[in-house]
Write a new protein. Structure first.
Length: 104
């Protein structure tokens, strides 16, 4: 998604609460990268955040990785493998959030 799409005029700007929610997701993805958070934590956080948001452009990005995370959690791989796969599954979200953070 282009940066201009993030601030599309037909969508309301992010509220302070939505900014905090999205920053929390970005922080959680950092913790996943550092090995301080698990794939199930990320899965649950994305579900809760996706349902709490009232910013239509962000919702598909937040909920988008959930089906892949479902599969990763069910595949029976080691935690290390699941963490790596979860990082790959959430890479697009991470880039979106980093771009969004740069605009706020």
């Amino acid at each position: 998604m282009e940066r201009n799409d993030l601030n599309h005029a037909e969508h309301a700007p992010l509220t302070d609460i939505e900014i905090r929610l999205l920053n929390n997701v970005l922080d959680a993805l950092d913790r996943l990268f550092d090995g301080d958070s698990s794939p199930i934590d990320i899965h649950d956080l994305l579900l809760a955040t996706g349902h709490a948001l009232d910013h239509p452009p962000s919702i598909p990005y937040v909920l988008g990785p959930v089906p892949a995370l479902d599969e990763i959690l069910r595949n029976g791989e080691s935690l290390e493998t699941q963490q790596q796969q979860s990082l790959e599954a959430t890479a697009h979200l991470r880039h979106y959030l980093a771009d969004l953070d740069a605009l706020i």
